[in-house]
Ligand binder design. Sequence first.
Ligand code: AKG
Ligand code: FE2
Length: 279
Amino acid sequence: MITSTPPTRQEFVDRHLAVARPLVVRQGLNTWRIAPPWNFDTLVARVGDQRVPLYGSLFDFIGLSTFRNYHDRFLTSAAPTAQPAYLRWYTRQSEARLPWADSAFDALADFWHAPQWLPADGFVFPAYGGRTDVVRQSFPAKGIFVCGRGGMTRWHVDPWRSDAYLCQVIGHKRILLYRPGTAAPRDPEALGSVIDTPDALPPGWPAEPLIDVVLAPGDCIYIPQDHPHAAVALSPSLSLTWNFVHRANDAGYRALVASDADDATLRYFSAPVAQMDVA
Ligand SMILES: O=C(O)CCC(=O)C(=O)O
Ligand SMILES: [Fe+2]
């Protein structure tokens, strides 16, 4: 479902979160302060010296860079058009030694707030008691996602049986989202072909996506648990994204935890709450 009228919190919980039904809200960031610093030049000035991890078109680690070097290489008009590396800059979510985005989020905390229809409490993963603020607290896979034109995230299902939220801040990004259980495309890399033919499905991809949308700056998408999806940037792009499990629909997550799944992020967020508060 795609709407320009933001739901109320209760509507969002009842009609989307509880029943795992996707939602795109056009201009859901209207109330956000997406004036500067949300452009690449200002971001370079604020966090350019920070180290960032680079990945390929799935979650395959390539190496480290700095925000400034990534910008100069992949986000300027002189950038190569071949598939760029993908800067996925997460807040700390494991004990791994990676450059985490926590201090970058701290530096940007005064410049955005969560869409007002998202629940402020009731989260099961991470298990924050009481009111929760995604701007200042860490969440699994909370990140600043930056890529040049053609940067993509291939077909996948998010981990932890969790839901995801993605807010488009700079540039245009096409997102394809399918029903749970839909068979993977024959050629997941064909996603890259949509940057030249943005109205066509990538060759070899299943017909009838649940959602096939080009997000513009200010748009938000709710990606429910278990739904395969993929994304490709049609222009240099920055998104803010995070995952969560809410008590309105936590059976899958509880089954996962009961199965003794061994996962660094599950472990990390089951640490005492005081240790994971960023603020
Ligand atoms: O924006 C993207 O490239 C993909 C976002 C996504 O699917 C994810 O973070 O799981
Ligand atoms: Fe995802």
